[in-house]
Design a protein. Sequence first.
Lengths: 113, 113
Amino acid sequence: AQSVTQLDSQVPVFEEAPVELRCNYSSSVSVYLFWYVQYPNQGLQLLLKYLSGSTLVKGINGFEAEFNKSQTSFHLRKPSVHISDTAEYFCAVTLGGGNKLTFGTGTQLKVEL
Amino acid sequence: EAQVTQNPRYLITVTGKKLTVTCSQNMNHEYMSWYRQDPGLGLRQIYYSMNVEVTDKGDVPEGYKVSRKEKRNFPLILESPSPNQTSLYFCASREPYRVAEQFFGPGTRLTVL
């Protein structure tokens, strides 16, 4: 069975500082990995995805993530955050070619001045 | 514009009063699903449907019903709501196995008193 762990429930960071949101997955077969963002009082928006190919994936709003198969991780990074990045971020996984999307518990990113 | 719509967006009700949350998509997608989002638990799938008249349980189906009489609509029914069903609900649609192209609705915030 596939599962996703987001160890950090909240991450406070100052504006213009770098940030990393951690995501680890559990699966013995190939996976597709996703990061979604949920701005306050809004729905979910796809930030980026890894399906295959280059392990460094670039998404919208300057975010990127690196797929690390040996460490079963897909951490999300941004070199310099902005106040507008304040949101909840969800990591999600599906088995390669599978049909079920499993979400992590979410990480609340709070960017402060 | 491709979209998934949900109604109502906000609902406050009382224990035991049957309610229906509607979901409609205009992309002719075969696959539709319902999630609930709770703090610290992320998104969990309630029910999904692979096509018209084909529905199946997700991870947390207890207390919910769904129907899929038409391809575009996938209503979520709470026959006897209870306070533990207070949550934020999302409908989603896509083509089967095209997880990377899942569209989410805007969400329905339900409070059961």
